[in-house]
Write a protein that binds this ligand. Structure first.
Ligand code: GLA
Length: 392
């Protein structure tokens, strides 16, 4: 199924390119999710959905310096509850996984200056077969708020056929009716053109099926969603899925490109690796402050592809080498070596968003900087250079 879901954005991106400039009308009136969420989720690394996992991740975010860079949410995915609701219809934290309950863990995490997130489902069952929230939205939202849950990922398994939007709105209304601001993360895999209505319903929306731990998956997610970049804006973002940086399958170059593409596309940055064993090189990529600052820029605009003279037509079928985005204080230019090691260069005059002129630039992975009418990079295969471009 995952590959089917991947196709949807590709097809729809072609149509959305033509309406890309329509402004986003409405955002949720909350104090959270104004910039893309940053944090940790246990799912990609296959860590158990338990108190131990959450508290270990919280400790590691601090000790590895990731909290200082902005990683804030400690999110626990599918499987944290018992297999059935209690006599009053409430979700029940699995006592084996949460010996002191959820509230105690959430408050410990709050005391560490971090936030805590949980996962649920808009159907009758979660994707792993635990109870879903259909018909229990208000009750579940109240329970989450009472525990101090700060982030709610809402999945799309075991759902009735038909439009998903009303289901996601029911939970939005239930969350907004509580006295706690909860970041609402829609996880319906890019169906029903969610990017066209996602910002009215939640703070981010998954744009496709699940990422897998390989370069092809990361490259195809970034490629197929270049056409829907314009739907990102403050308070609502295209969610490319949780990161695979640090999970052992990608080369260092691929980790730089995967992280860089997510960051400039304003995707949430949710670390999906086991922080107890993650390598230093991966931590260094995740903690690149300047690249994080691009992701968190107040303008909230996502980068997309541009076509320099002589380059092939951009396509959402395969990763494109040339990317540009507007920032509150300049521009970001991304260059990706998609098929082989190569030297890439562009003139600012050939980038419509920037235009001819002399600008100051810094490459954010190497720290190299200069002033000129363009930028260039020698890249190994699947590597990415990310230039911050500002007035000279
Ligand atoms: C779906 C979601 C994933 C993850 C799993 C858990 O596949 O898309 O991100 O939450 O469910 O079962």
């Amino acid at each position: 199924m995952a590959s089917l879901y991947h196709l949807l954005p590709t097809l729809l991106a072609i149509t959305s390119l033509t309406i890309a400039s329509s402004p986003i009308q409405k955002r949720l009136n909350t104090t959270v999710g104004i910039t893309p969420a940053m944090g940790f989720n246990n799912y990609n690394a296959g860590l158990p959905p338990s108190a131990e996992t959450a508290l270990n991740a919280a400790d590691a975010l601090i000790s590895l310096g990731l909290k200082a860079v902005g990683y804030e949410y400690v999110n626990i995915d599918d499987g944290w509850s018992t297999m059935s609701r209690d006599g009053e219809g409430n979700l029940v934290p699995d006592p084996e996984k949460w010996p002191d309950g959820i509230e105690a863990v959430a408050s410990e995490i709050h005391e560490m200056g971090l936030k805590f997130g949980l996962y649920g489902d808009s159907g009758t069952e979660t994707c792993a077969g635990y109870p879903g929230s259909q018909g229990h939205e208000e009750q579940d939202a109240k329970l989450l708020a009472s525990w101090g849950v700060d982030y709610w990922k809402y999945d799309n398994c075991a759902t009735p056929s038909g439009d998903s939007q009303p289901r996601y709105e029911t939970m939005r209304d239930a969350l907004l009716a509580t006295d706690h601001d909860i970041l609402y993360s829609l996880c319906q895999w890019g169906q029903d053109e969610v990017w066209t209505w996602g910002a009215e319903v939640g703070h981010s929306w998954r744009v496709g099926g699940d990422i897998t731990n390989d370069w092809e998956s990361a490259a195809s997610i970034a490629a197929s969603n270049a056409g829907i970049a314009s739907y990102a804006g403050p308070g609502g973002f295209n969610d490319f899925d949780m990161l695979e940086v640090g999970n052992g399958a990608l080369t260092a170059a691929e980790e730089r490109a995967h992280f860089g593409l997510w960051a400039i596309s304003k995707s949430p940055l949710l670390i999906g690796a086991d922080l107890a064993t993650i390598g230093n090189a991966s931590v260094e990529i995740l903690s690149n402050k300047e690249i994080v600052a691009i992701n968190q820029d107040s303008l909230g605009l996502a980068a997309t592809t541009f076509q320099p003279p002589g380059a092939p037509e951009p396509s959402t079928d395969s990763l494109y080498p040339y990317w540009v985005g507007e920032l509150s204080d300049g521009y970001v230019v991304g260059l990706v070596a998609v098929d082989a090691a190569e030297s890439l260069s562009v003139e600012f005059a050939d980038i419509e968003a920037i235009g001819a002129g002399t600008f100051a630039w810094t490459e954010l992975y190497t720290g190299e900087s200069g002033t000129g009418t363009g930028v260039s990079a020698d890249l190994e295969v699947h590597d990415m250079a990310i230039f911050k471009v500002t007035a000279a």
